[in-house]
Every structure is written in structure tokens, then in C-alpha cells.
Design a protein around this ligand. Structure first.
Ligand code: AMP
Ligand code: MG
Length: 520
């Protein structure tokens, strides 16, 4: 096994001078050295073939004991020194102080085919940032992160990736619903990788401590390695840096809205500076199209991170980042202008995204109302987002009366689609047929384009739960099946047609399917 190690983060940024792995506040440093925990009996459960390739590894490498040991944390690669990153963050709108990698340990960085990868283990034991927790992860949350991060990549959504999923062989105690009923679960380790795991909170921590020196060091480092086109550090470069982060963040969230993904915990420590989906916790996929939905039970009361609020939260988080880097710029106006631009662009880009989901290539002044009308009816009766958008690609503009039949399978209670609601749908399909008259695209070509933005297969919450239940019993077949299917989410794949279906009734209110906690 040969890896092209290229450590830049730990080489160029200030390290914590304390070497003891004990919980504490860490000052003037971007990371602390910390070694992964030895586990009782590591077992490799799954490997992502494309990530193997990206990191310069082969499937033969993946079968070796050495691979298992390195990527489950049981052995440290020669001449590398694992570390945990220091960051802070706003959690649910409140400044939470130092957070940091409490259960993530970076192994090393790899440069392969000109791509930089920071490789880290999640669930490999305590670090100085573990606060009161154990630094471990359970199989349940690890399966969810492993499957979803790879699925997101194939959906074309910017994301951190996953190389492997292993059982640690240790038991981990968790109180899933925080109701005083803790139970032991199987411990697991995910090896994940990204160009960088830096988050908004990585910058906020230094600003909160008035440590402008380390703040500048980190921003300069970030621009040098990850925003290379921006040039040498200057006030203008910092403004451009913020503008790029703002654009990437908006782009990311528009993708989430397109595929129906709800992150669930958009705290500033979970916002990647590169605009990647990061930290898969109590996330969820929309089933019924519902702007008010959040999978995170911790957020049930205020629903701060609900589907319809993700774009606003992106803006709120960017404002916190602007505040953090302000000391390097000392001028509010250009940062405010960028935040205002985000607001304008989010209207424009949301509309463009919804147009693409409906196969509309031209812009019509009434589109906004036409789309609002659709969203309104989608909310009136529980309508499956994925099935609805996939099915309407079959719409023929000369047959508006067949519209309702096409989407019949998307309704959770088809018997409720009568009377006024039925009428509204019929009117909407008539309007759609009329709207399509302005388009030049033929039905068949429109269908092909729509099927590239409306996935047929997404990782519905109950599907992960089924894979988790089986994996917990030692059967990894479903995990593998879902992994394979989700590599081609936009293709028909008739062999997987049984997964192109509404959430079954038993999963509606089941823990892990519609309700998730942060306990992982
Ligand atoms: P999250 O909301 O999962 O992104 O986590 C928020 C903070 O809690 C981060 O600093 C995590 O590293 C930390 N954390 C979460 N779970 C654990 C755990 N089991 N052990 C140690 N730290 C944890
Ligand atoms: Mg996090």
C-alpha cells in the first residue's frame, strides 16, 4: 500500500504545544496532536471503490490487514502524526465557544492526481475537544454518514466523501432519544476525506478570542491552498474570499433544496468553508414536500433548520463568518454588499433551480407565481417530492388531463385528492401544459433533461434504517445494495424499482426513520 502523503495543514499551521490528550481549552493553535484509540476487534464492512481510486489505492490494498488497521485507527502510518482540529461555533443560534474535533482524528493528507485530500477517522476516540463525550461513534450513525456522503457525491451535491466503514468491535453506550434509556450499540469508525474539513467555526474561534494573529494565519493558509485563484493576501483578497465562500454556500444549499435534503444541524461548526455538505448527523430526506419539515428531534420546537429555512440559515451563518473575519478587513460595507448579493441571488437561483425541475428553459414573468402555486398544492396533501418530480417528466403537453394520473403514486393519501384539491391539480396541469407551449424542447428531450436534475433514487430515511437493522445483525447485503443503487441516482435502474416507492406506513413515525436525534 503506497500513499502519496502531503501534509500541509499540520506542517504550516500552529500546533497546540500541549501534547497530553486531555480535554481542555486550546489557545493560539489550529489543531492538537491526538492518536486514535486501539479497538477490540476491527472489521472492515464496506469500502467505496471510487474513493479508493481517488486516494491512489487498489481493491487489493483494501483487503490487507494493514488497510484495516490504518483506517480503523489501530495503527498509525509511518512518519505521520494524527491530529484533531480546533474550532468553535454557534449552535442553534447561540455562541457555544470551543467545540473542535471531539471524535474526529485526522490521519494525514494525500495528494493524488493533483487533488488534495485530508483523511480523517470519525469515532476513533477522545481528543482534547471531546468535552464530556467519549469520542466514539455507533454503527447506526456511521452507516448513515457512509451511505449518504457517497450518495450525495453521485447526486452532484458538493460533499465530504467516505472511504470506508468499519466496526470497532467495542460497545458504545447511547441514549438515542435522550429519555433516560441508554443502551449499548456496536461501535464503528468511518474514514472520511475532503479537500479540507475547515469550517466557519474554525475562523470564529480565533475571532472570539481576539486572536487576530492566528485568525490571519488560518485565512491566509486557506486562500493559499484552497482558493488559489484569489492571489496574495490583502484586504481585497479577504473580501473576494468571503464572496467565494458565500457563493459556494448558496450553491450548496440550492442543491440541497433540489434533491430534498435537510441537513438538520446547520450550526456554524457544521458549515464547510469550501461549501461541502459536512457532518452527517440527524439529516433527512424529504418524503412529503414540506418546507416546515426537520428530521432533528432536538429542533422539533423551533424548527430552525427546517427544509424551508436552510437558505436563510446559510445567510445567518455567513453573517457570523463575516463578523469573524472582519478584523482582517475593518470595513463592513463590502461584507454587507456580499450578504445582500446572497439574498438577491438566492431568489434568482431558487427560481432557476425550480424551473429546471419542471423542465422550463425559458424565463417567463409569471413563473414565480406558477411555482408558488405548485408548492402550495404540494403542501395541501402529502405528496412525495422524489416521486412527484420524477414522474412529471413523463408529462405530455398535449395531454394535460393525464397529469394527475402520472403523479398518482406520489400521494400518500390518494383518496384525499378529490373536490377542490383535485380541481386545483387539474388547473395546475392545464397551466403547465400552457406554459410548456413557450418552450421549444420536445416532450422527449425535456424528459431527458428533467431526469438529470430530479433523482429517481435517494437515501430515504427508512432505507438507511433497514440497512442499519440488517447490519446490526451482521447482514451487510442491503448496505451494499443501497450503496450500488445510489451510485446512479438519475438512471432508471429497473432492477431497483422497488426502491422507487413512497415511504411505507410503518416508517412514518418510527425513530430513525422520521425522527432522529443528535445522539450518534
Ligand atoms: P455535531 O453536532 O455532531 O457536529 O457535534 C458538535 C460537537 O460535539 C463537535 O465538536 C463534535 O466533535 C462533538 N461531539 C459529538 N459527538 C461526540 C462524541 N461522541 N464524542 C466527543 N465529541 C463529540
Ligand atoms: Mg459537527
Amino acid at each position: 500500500m503506497k500513499l502519496n502523503i502531503n501534509n500541509v495543514f499540520s506542517k504550516e499551521l500552529p500546533a497546540d504545544s500541549v501534547l497530553e490528550n486531555e480535554r481542555r481549552q486550546v489557545y493560539n493553535a489550529c489543531f492538537s496532536y491526538a492518536s486514535p484509540k486501539q479497538t477490540a476487534k476491527p472489521t472492515l464492512l464496506h469500502v467505496s471503490p471510487s474513493m479508493l481510486k481517488n486516494l491512489g489505492l487498489s481493491s487489493i490494498d483494501a483487503k490487507s490487514k494493514y488497510f484495516l488497521n490504518i483506517f480503523s485507527g489501530n495503527q498509525v502510518l509511518e512518519s505521520t502524526k494524527p491530529y484533531a482540529m480546533c474550532y468553535g461555533g454557534h449552535q442553534f443560534g447561540n455562541w457555544a465557544g470551543q467545540l473542535g474535533d471531539g471524535r474526529a482524528i485526522n490521519l494525514f493528507e494525500i495528494k493524488q492526481n493533483n487533488n488534495q485530500w485530508q483523511v480523517q477517522l470519525k469515532g476513533a476516540g477522545v481528543t482534547p475537544y471531546s468535552r464530556t463525550a467519549d469520542g466514539l461513534a455507533v454503527l447506526r450513525s456511521s452507516v448513515r454518514e457512509y451511505l449518504c456522503s457517497e450518495a450525495m457525491f453521485y447526486l452532484g451535491v458538493p460533499t465530504t466523501r467516505a472511504l470506508s466503514l468499519s466496526l470497532s468491535g467495542d460497545k458504545v453506550l447511547r441514549d438515542v432519544m435522550y429519555d433516560g434509556n441508554p443502551a449499548y450499540e456496536k461501535g464503528a469508525v468511518v474514514c472520511r476525506a475532503a479537500e479540507s474539513f475547515l469550517r466557519f467555526g474554525s475562523y470564529q474561534i480565533f475571532a472570539s478570542r481576539q486572536d487576530n494573529y492566528t485568525l490571519k494565519t488560518l485565512v491566509d493558509y486557506t486562500i493559499k491552498h484552497h482558493f488559489t485563484g484569489l492571489g496574495t493576501p490583502s484586504k481585497d483578497t479577504y473580501i473576494q474570499f468571503f464572496k467565494t465562500v458565500s457563493e459556494r454556500t448558496l450553491n450548496l444549499i440550492i442543491h440541497w433544496q433540489r434533491v430534498g435534503f435537510v441537513h438538520g444541524v446547520m450550526n456554524t461548526d457544521n458549515m464547510s468553508i469550501l461549501g461541502l455538505t459536512i457532518d452527517y448527523g440527524p439529516y433527512g430526506w424529504l418524503e412529503g414536500f414540506d418546507y416546515g419539515w426537520t428530521p432533528n428531534t432536538t429542533d422539533r420546537q423551533h424548527k430552525r433548520y427546517r427544509f424551508g429555512n436552510q437558505i436563510n440559515i446559510g445567510l445567518w451563518n455567513l453573517l457570523q463568518l463575516a463578523n469573524a473575519i472582519y478584523p482582517l478587513i475593518n470595513e463592513a460595507e463590502p461584507l454587507e454588499a456580499i450578504l445582500n448579493e446572497y439574498k438577491t441571488n438566492f431568489e434568482i437561483k431558487s427560481l432557476a433551480m425550480m424551473r429546471s425541475k419542471l423542465g422550463l428553459e425559458m424565463a417567463d414573468k409569471n413563473d414565480e407565481k406558477f411555482i408558488l402555486d405548485l408548492e402550495d398544492i404540494l403542501h395541501q396533501t402529502e405528496t412525495d417530492m422524489t416521486i412527484f418530480f420524477r414522474q412529471i417528466s413523463n408529462f405530455e403537453k398535449k395531454k394535460p388531463s393525464e397529469g394527475l394520473k402520472l403523479i398518482h403514486d406520489a400521494f400518500y393519501a390518494p383518496s384525499e385528492v378529490v373536490g377542490d384539491i383535485k380541481k386545483r391539480w387539474e388547473n395546475w396541469f392545464n397551466a403547465y401544459a400552457e406554459r410548456l407551449q413557450c418552450e421549444t424542447c420536445l416532450d422527449k428531450a425535456r424528459k431527458e433533461k428533467m431526469n438529470l436534475v430530479n433523482p429517481k433514487y435517494v437515501l430515504r430515511n427508512y432505507m438507511s434504517q433497514l440497512a442499519i437493522d440488517k447490519a446490526d445483525n451482521g447482514d451487510y447485503g442491503l448496505l451494499d445494495e443501497l450503496f450500488k443503487m445510489l451510485q446512479n441516482p438519475y438512471s432508471e435502474q429497473p432492477e431497483y424499482n422497488n426502491w422507487f416507492a413512497k415511504r411505507p406506513d410503518w416508517a412514518r413515525d418510527k425513530v430513525g426513520c422520521s425522527m432522529l436525534s443528535c445522539s450518534s
